[in-house]
Write a protein that binds this ligand. Structure first.
Ligand code: WT7
Length: 656
């Protein structure tokens, strides 16, 4: 899989380095560059600093146990509860009236939960889950849009030691069912519906369809988000959230003391095969790592109003809307709406009104802001901002500069944070109070991490050359295994570059990258069959197999095409016996993909071609299709068996 088309992809050269603004450095949480050497010298004990940000029920005996690598154990022997760390201890510290969650709804509603109020809501729902029969280690699936009940349900699960598996609310019934099945999950928390592009979307119907197809019996809790706008009926084994919680008013649930290595949650992500991977994160290492990176990289302080605009349905929201910020006791803003509704200044209006200190978003959004024009941020007072973040995709120097000037007013450092569902938290990024920024390059690995760019043989490549991004040392936030099994975990991440006989374990990220003389890493994108759309990871195989279900389709290849507005899904399709390749078929393909995976996987274009480009050995040459979709110069086509189709495909892509 590594060798698909090699890691040699183009990327824009990084812009010139910039010092972080001195006003920022003076107050930064981490401002001393010695932290890099200290972590080297003290590794792995350096990670005690992360653990020290938490309160432990029982102290750990060892920072790291590596005798069973690559199954590492962090903070072994320690015990703690994540919900206690995100709630109770802040009350004890006299911060009960401090805002924990600041929620901005889609219809202009807003709601604040103080730490005390969040504590009460979480306890009541934890008691509810218990009454429904949820026991320690039972997996609870949560499929909710960006409403407060989502983090409440997560923390309630954490309180009773039941791992949550949050499934992005926009995924299809099939995708939800597959994830519930894989985790053998018997509990689902969902809602009647939510507003999508102004319309009331029926989420419950989707959840009902999913529940019908799973093997096990499922108990469902339904949050009434829409009320009269979308009346719903509860069936057998379905309960109303409010009613249940009301019956447990004032209930208190003792936080269950969990082993540091006990599973905190599962998060499904796309891999190279159609089968999603259930990434397992633990209680101690994950929480310590997200708290540490929120403190050191995002520079969050308890008094801040912090806003990450991701969806909690993905890892970014887990780590940097819920766990990291709440562990630090800050105010985390949660936004349900879109970036351009009611107008294109919506985000800046929210920053202005709430005096947001730290703002963290994705390059796709930044590119859209840039296209809309600087008049939108300029119409608001953004002077409260202290730091800006970017995550999910590479950010090119131009949007970087735009973000720096028009949102940050050249007074806020930008952290371009590279990480993955599997890493739990940031891995490659500048420390904003220490490092120079190089627009277009994410930065050096964080203190204590060891990232290297290697070739096919696993040898480190020269600065400037591209290769595979690998991690050569474990870190507390790392995934521990895949829920589907340890073997798949080793196969997917550790097999390619490790030398088990020498007990040398190397984690392969699936990304290509290059590093400059100064140690700054530029990410070049995935080298496996995964595409990244707006920070959402999609498996090309999963989309292709959906398309192949459409009658009349003979072959399909899906690639990510990257242009000014980010990466989009392009589907190249050939039909059976010249079946009609018309607009109806194109629509059927699009709706089948939406039904199988969800609207996020919707192909931007469906391009019909008489044949797909193939190598002599019959492999579809996706790299070529990617170049065509991205309107880039085509690489070497000499390996093609049917070079004559290239012109046809190019023309057809441009016509779309
Ligand atoms: C993939 C992981 C990180 C949480 C959100 C996505 C890409 C992530 C960057 C960045 C360039 C990035 C990589 C990575 N990616 N951050 N700063 N620069 N690429 O999590 O769904 O697990 O996807 O996102 O390709 O492998 P994910």
């Amino acid at each position: 899989m590594v060798d698909r088309n090699g890691p040699n992809r183009g990327a824009v050269a990084p812009g010139s380095p910039q010092r972080p603004p001195s006003t920022f450095v003076e107050q930064a949480n981490v401002a001393d560059g010695e932290v890099y050497e200290e972590f080297e010298e003290e590794w792995p004990e350096c990670w005690e600093r992360a653990a020290a940000l938490l309160e432990w029920d029982r102290a750990y005996e060892a920072v790291l146990e590596d005798d069973d690598a690559p199954f590492y154990r962090w903070f072994a022997g320690g015990r703690l509860n994540a919900s206690y760390n995100c709630l109770d201890r802040h009350l004890e510290a006299g911060r009960k009236n401090h805002a924990a969650i600041w929620w901005e709804g889609k219809r202009g509603e807003s709601q604040t939960y103080t730490y005390r109020e969040l504590f009460v809501a979480v306890n009541e729902f934890a008691a509810t889950l218990r009454e429904l029969g949820v026991e320690e280690d039972d997996v609870v699936t949560i499929s909710l849009p960006m409403i407060p009940e989502l983090p409440i349900a997560m923390l309630a699960c954490a309180r009773i030691g039941a791992p949550h598996s949050v499934v992005f609310a926009g995924l299809s019934a099939d995708a939800l069912a597959a994830r519930m099945d894989a985790a053998n999950s018997e509990y689902l928390v969902t809602c009647d519906g939510y507003y999508r592009r102004g319309d009331a979307f029926n989420q419950k119907r989707k959840a009902d369809n999913a529940v019908l197809t799973v093997e096990q019996d499922v108990t469902t809790v339904v949050v009434d988000r829409l009320g009269e706008a979308l009346p719903h009926v509860l069936g057998e084994n379905q309960y109303d959230y409010d009613e249940l919680v009301r019956a447990h008013e004032g209930a208190r649930v003792e936080p269950v003391s969990r082993d540091a290595e006990d599973m905190l949650f599962l998060m499904y992500t796309s891999g190279t095969t159609g089968q999603p991977k259930g990434v397992v994160h633990t209680t101690g290492g994950y929480l310590a790592y997200t708290a540490w990176t929120t403190h050191a990289v995002l520079d969050v302080e308890p008094e801040d109003t912090y806003w990450c605009s991701a969806d909690i349905g993905w890892i970014t929201g887990h780590s940097y809307i819920v766990y990291g910020p709440l562990a630090l006791g800050t105010t985390t803003l949660m936004y349900e709406g879109a970036t351009d509704y009611p107008d294109r200044d919506r985000l800046w209006e929210i920053v202005d009104r709430n005096a947001v200190d730290v703002f963290y978003t994705a390059p796709t959004a930044i590119q859209a802001f840039m296209k809309w024009g600087e008049e939108y941020p300029e119409a608001h007072d953004l002077s409260s901002l202290r730091l800006l973040g970017s995550v999910g995709e590479p950010i090119s120097p131009r949007p970087w500069q735009w973000y720096y000037e028009h949102v940050g007013n050249e007074a806020c450092p930008i952290v371009d944070t590279w990480w993955q569902t599997e890493t739990g938290g940031h891995v490659i990024t500048t420390l904003p109070g220490v490092c120079e920024m190089k627009p277009g390059a994410a930065g050096p690995p964080l203190p204590g991490l060891d990232a290297r760019i290697v070739d096919d043989a696993g040898e480190e490549v020269e600065p400037g050359a591209s290769g595979y991004l690998t991690l050569h040392r474990p870190w507390p936030g790392m995934a521990r295994t895949l829920y589907d099994g340890d073997d798949r975990y080793v196969e997917e991440y550790w097999q390619q570059f490790s030398d088990p006989d020498a007990d040398e374990w190397v984690y392969f990220s699936g990304d290509a990258a290059r590093v400059d003389e100064g140690g700054y890493v530029t990410i070049l994108g995935r080298v496996d069959d995964v595409i990244n759309v707006s920070g959402h990871r999609l498996s090309t195989m999963e989309i292709e197999s959906a398309i192949l279900d459409v009658q009349g389709v003979a072959e399909a290849a899906v690639v990510g095409g990257t242009g000014m507005t980010g990466t989009h899904v392009y589907a190249y399709v050939s039909t059976e016996n010249d079946a009609e390749s018309d607009a109806t078929m194109s629509e059927r393909i699009v709706s089948t993909v939406e039904a199988a995976i969800g609207p996020i996987a919707r192909p931007e274009e469906v391009v019909f071609t008489s044949e797909l480009p193939k190598t002599r050995s019959g492999k579809i040459m996706r790299r070529l299709l990617e170049d065509i979709a991205s309107d880039e110069e085509l690489g070497d086509t000499s390996a093609l068996r049917n070079p004559e189709v290239v012109g046809e495909i190019q023309t057809a892509t441009r016509e779309e």
